[in-house]
Design a protein around this ligand. Structure first.
Ligand SMILES: Nc1ncnc2c1ncn2[C@@H]1O[C@H](COP(=O)(O)OP(=O)(O)OP(=O)(O)O)[C@@H](O)[C@H]1O
Length: 279
């Protein structure tokens, strides 16, 4: 698989602040890649540099084979972008807005189908201004995908979504990924990362602190399991690298173990550990 995004030593220095402190990233074609990190970690700055919206002050970046600092309109038409700040809600209806944006792209998707995909069919004739925050966010997503992008950037796309809307959005992203769209996602929701991402990177203080898959980040798959059970002497908890062995020993005489659970650290446990906030 070739590389959709390649970053080496990327830096962004503001006069009084180093926002991105020299990071390396490789994102493959067809991959769903999540960028995680606490507020101010440098996620939006990094993504905006890759989108060509901000100038880097150091390092190298290639996005779909071009330098985002100098690439032109044809390159831009291959990207889909959902920014953190919502689209300005004009007097236009949802349908008019999506149709209007579609015309910027050479190979756009059918606007009606896009409106349906983001779950806004019932609101297609409503003015964007009259929509709720979560519904407006769905318009943003519609505008991000209407151009049939090869590479889609989503900056905190589900902020303000209700749980059902988030599930619908995940299904939509799964479908786009199945069609081969490369997706770069920033989010604060670890369940979203677990549901969607093939790989993720954690940023903190402008630096890359870890990279992996949701299952293996920070050595998660090798971490000790915690076995909990209850017997006549009370509640028990044991950490072990061999939970199956322990459970076999405990139930050796064929007895059932009340309240038996075997757990590994959640992605959230690992993440908080990585960014220095011990759970
Ligand atoms: N135009 C600017 N001038 C000076 N500093 C800036 C500017 N834009 C961002 N920063 C600083 O750069 C750092 C990284 O900001 P960035 O928006 O990339 O973080 P983030 O990881 O996206 O955070 P969040 O999760 O809050 O969206 C922050 O400390 C921010 O204050």
């Amino acid at each position: 698989m070739s590389t959709a995004v390649r970053v080496r030593g990327l830096r962004k220095e503001y006069p009084d602040h180093l926002a991105v402190a020299g990071i390396d990233l490789d994102i493959r074609h067809g991959e769903v890649f999540a960028l995680l990190g606490p507020n101010g970690a440098g996620k939006t700055t990094t993504v905006e540099i890759l989108e060509g919206h901000r100038r880097r002050t150091g390092g190298e970046a290639r996005v779909l084979g071009e330098d985002p600092g100098s690439a032109g309109r044809a390159w831009r038409a291959r990207l889909g972008i959902v920014l953190q700040t919502a689209t300005d809600a004009a007097e236009l209806t949802v349908r008019e807005t999506v149709r209007h944006f579609a015309r910027y792209y050479p190979n756009f998707r059918n606007p009606e189908e896009v409106i349906e995909q983001v779950g806004l069919s019932a609101k297609a004739g409503a003015r964007v201004r009259s929509l709720s925050g979560g519904q407006r966010r769905r318009v943003d997503v519609a505008l991000g995908i209407v151009g049939r992008p090869e590479l889609l950037f989503l900056d905190e796309p589900t902020t303000g979504f209700d749980p059902e809307a988030r599930r619908q959005f995940w299904t939509l992203i799964d479908g786009l990924a199945d069609d081969g769209t490369t997706i770069v996602l920033t989010t604060h929701y670890l369940d979203e990362v677990e549901a969607l991402a093939d790989r993720l990177a954690v940023l903190a203080g402008g630096g890359l602190v870890a990279e992996g898959t949701p299952a293996t980040l920070g050595g998660r798959e090798r971490a000790d399991a915690i076995v909990r059970w209850t017997d006549e002497r009370g509640n028990h908890e044991e950490r072990t690298a061999f939970p199956a062995k322990l459970v076999t020993q405990l139930s050796g005489d064929g007895r059932e173990l009340a309240g038996l659970t075997v757990t590994r650290p959640s992605l959230e446990d690992v993440y908080l550990d990585l960014i220095g906030e011990k759970p």
